[in-house]
Design a protein around this ligand. Structure first.
Ligand code: GLN
Length: 317
């Protein structure tokens, strides 16, 4: 638990919310038409501790599409099924420094896909989820995400349909991956499953619980269910640190020292290992596709909590 500082968390959240609630920089994603329609003023922040204490401010019940934050949980599923060496062998773990949809991720290192958090690597990850048919593979993904949230999660159909009509770029990359032997299932069905996983709806509270489960060594703090082995968690967090915010990952890590993952739906999830998680949501994005307010809010809270993982151990709190 966050112990001493816990009583301050409420005040810190409110501070962050007030500080950035009028920041209108950035714009909603619009390459997925449905995302352009989301009210850009929405703003929610939630902290959940590994002990299951929850603090929130703002629009924390609004359901938005998880988008690229889903990549964390599909990776967790595949890690659990295949182990961490198979991830290196089949996917790779190299930060690309490239935009999330970059084709270069596939071309940079021969035989690699970049990492599981750029679209190419994420689709390759999704292609590794086991199951006897497409239905079972999808059901496993949805059930696994829901276990992380501790509640049933569902696809936002309008977002799924909207992206299905406009995802030619991802379809092309899936075929490119297949040409290099890095698609482990039929490309078209993989793109469809990947598009669906990105359209899973979460609210900021559920997202924070998903992160707290990672912070707690893979045990959901509310249901007590162990979702993956603790030794796999550092693998996921290291990727979040180096590639969680796409081509802005280095600057993010430099500023916050916190493993995090963003999505173009406006969510960002940051994990404080052994302590808890900070989730924030607001639709306006910067150039790289990361929520402006969510980044600022999490950076503020993490600083106030002394959550930077490279600094935490120096503090005698
Ligand atoms: N579904 C989105 C895509 O593939 C996810 C991108 C993101 O959140 N950065 O383009």
């Amino acid at each position: 638990p966050l112990t001493l500082q816990e009583k301050r968390i409420k005040d810190i959240l409110k501070e962050a919310y007030d500080k950035y609630k009028n920041d209108q920089s950035g714009t909603n994603a619009d390459y997925i038409p449905e995302l352009a329609k989301v009210d850009p003023e929405l703003f929610g922040i939630v902290v959940v501790t590994v002990g299951g204490k929850r603090y929130g401010v703002g629009d924390i019940d609004y359901t938005f599409s998880i988008q690229s934050i889903s990549k964390v949980f599909t990776l967790a599923h595949v890690l659990q099924e295949m182990g961490s060496e198979a991830i290196l062998d089949k996917l790779g773990a190299e930060a690309t420094g490239m935009p999330f949809n970059s084709v270069m991720a596939v071309e940079l290192q021969p035989g690699r896909v970049g990492n599981p958090f750029v679209n190419a690597g994420a689709m390759a990850t999704t292609s590794l989820v086991s199951g006897k048919d497409q239905t079972e593979k999808w059901d496993r993904i949805q059930a696994y995400y829901s276990d992380f949230a501790g509640e049933p999660l569902a696809v936002i159909t309008s977002v799924y349909k909207s992206e299905s009509k406009t995802n030619q770029h991802n379809q092309a990359m899936a075929k490119l991956l297949a040409s290099y032997g890095k698609m482990y299932d039929e490309p078209a069905t993989v793109v469809d499953r990947y598009t669906k996983q990105c359209a899973i709806g979460v609210n900021t509270k559920q997202l924070a619980v998903m992160g707290a489960t990672l912070a707690a060594g893979g045990v959901n703090p509310y249901t007590g269910k162990q979702l993956l082995s603790p030794e796999e968690i550092p693998k996921i967090l290291s990727l979040m640190l180096t590639a969680g915010l796409y081509d802005y990952s280095g600057t993010w890590s430099y500023r916050t020292g916190l493993p995090a993952k963003s999505g173009v739906g406006g969510g960002i999830l940051a994990v404080i290992p052994g302590k808890g998680a900070i989730a924030a949501f607001s639709p306006r994005l910067d150039q790289a596709g990361n929520s402006v307010r969510a980044q600022k809010a999490i950076a503020h809270i993490s600083k106030e909590l002394g959550a930077n993982i490279f600094f935490r151990n120096f503090q005698n709190k």
